[in-house]
Ligand binder design. Structure first.
Ligand SMILES: [Zn+2]
Length: 70
């Protein structure tokens, strides 16, 4: 049974969200560092890391409104 990890309510819904926008500034910095270290080999990496608009599920609590990762 799914439940909210904040208030332990079972009054929750599961929603699908797109996760591709999670790749933020930190990831870009890491990517640049890797590019420097590997002398450009990292050009190949976006093909490995970009998985398009992959969706994931999150639990949305109807009582406290908090979102919990599944
Ligand atoms: Zn809750």
């Amino acid at each position: 049974m799914l439940k909210c990890k904040y208030c332990s309510s079972t009054n929750v819904t599961v929603q699908a969200v797109e996760s591709h926008k999670k790749r933020g500034i930190l990831m870009s910095i890491v990517w640049i560092l890797i590019a420097i270290v590997t002398c450009g080999l990292v050009i190949l990496i976006p093909m490995l890391t970009k998985k398009g608009s992959k969706t994931k599920s999150v639990i949305v609590c109807q009582d406290c409104g908090k979102i919990t990762k599944v």
